[in-house]
Design a protein around this ligand. Structure first.
Ligand code: ADP
Length: 299
């Protein structure tokens, strides 16, 4: 018990240091004082930590609020921009189609360029709207059970013309046996695959090859888009999924591009509990892939 301990310690100290009772009492008081000071000090530190935490929580709440204001602002501004842009689109197509006989080749080509630039702006604004929807957690998912091969087939049909014009071979190596169902939002996953194929087309030169494939791996369906394009410089590979990021070599070959496609694709794949990634060697090509869990429950 403590009293016995205290007496024993006291005896030991007195003996070892040859302390008188008075000296021992003094030492004892000093220790008690120090302990008291320490207690006061500890309380003051605790108070400071508490106050600082409150300040930080407040600052954090304020940042979240500002972030929401920013997202809402972009969303409203983007919506507002869409209306005049579709009016411009309508004007351009009217001029091109209705006046085609009266236009010189040069005038027609200028109008087409205007039309295409306007289309790019509309696409960019749509991408920005998707990003604001992702950031505010307002993206809605309508799930259904499908075979991913069917989705890939229908997407590739849309790209056949573009691949032909660019003299790029675009093919899907369909698996021999049908893959398991996946429970996905087909429109969202369609956007992911379209984006990967568009990138492969944009960053692959004449005469190149783009191959899609799909397989079962550890209860996930894994889709690959492989190209023989410009590749991604090793030192920029870690930034590829960041918002607005574009690698140096990509900017050189394709001046247009928002750097939003992969950011959007990643968040869609993650929402489906899958993973997106790539392997790439500059000057040789890239293989992008993503996974989606199989829908076991459905037979
Ligand atoms: P964007 O294509 O509009 O620039 P993305 O977000 O789709 O935006 O892609 C981001 C960047 O990743 C591209 O600018 C490019 O640097 C790189 N990238 C994506 N896909 C490929 C690819 N298949 N080959 C080479 N680089 C690619």
């Amino acid at each position: 018990n403590t009293y016995d301990d205290y007496d024993q310690d006291r005896a030991l100290l007195e003996r070892s240091f040859n302390l008188s009772s008075k000296e021992f009492m003094e030492l004892n008081n000093r220790i008690a004082n120090l302990l008291e000071n320490l207690k006061v000090e500890k309380e003051s530190v605790e108070r400071k930590v508490f106050e600082r935490t409150e300040e930080l929580t407040f600052a954090n709440d304020r940042l979240l609020e500002l972030d929401k204001v920013k997202t809402d602002f972009i969303s409203v501004a983007a919506h507002q921009l869409r209306t005049p842009l579709s009016a411009i689109k309508w004007t351009f197509s009217l001029l091109i189609e209705e006046n085609s006989e009266n236009l010189t080749l040069e005038q027609r080509s200028l109008l087409l360029k205007g039309y295409e630039s306007n289309e790019r702006l509309i696409n960019l604004i749509n991408d920005m709207l998707v990003v604001t929807r992702i950031e505010s957690g307002k993206m809605q998912y309508n799930l259904s059970f499908i075979h991913i091969e069917d989705l890939i087939d229908s997407i590739l049909l849309d790209f056949a013309g573009q691949a032909h014009v660019r003299n790029v071979t675009l093919a899907f190596e369909r698996p021999d046996t049908q893959l398991q169902y996946v429970n996905i939002d087909p429109e969202k996953i369609r956007a992911v695959i379209q984006n990967l194929v568009e990138n492969a087309l944009n960053y692959t030169t004449n005469g190149g090859t783009i191959t899609l494939s799909a397989k079962l791996e550890n209860n996930f369906i894994k889709v690959f888009v492989k190209d023989s394009g410009i590749g991604i410089p090793a030192h920029q590979q870690s930034s590829i999924f960041n918002k607005f990021f574009r690698a140096d070599n990509a900017i050189k070959v394709q001046t247009d591009g928002s750097g939003l496609g992969l950011f959007v694709s990643k968040s869609i794949v993650n929402m489906h509990k899958g993973h997106i990634g790539f392997q790439s060697t500059e000057g040789v090509g890239s293989t992008f892939y993503f996974t989606i869990p199989c829908a076991d429950a459905h037979t």
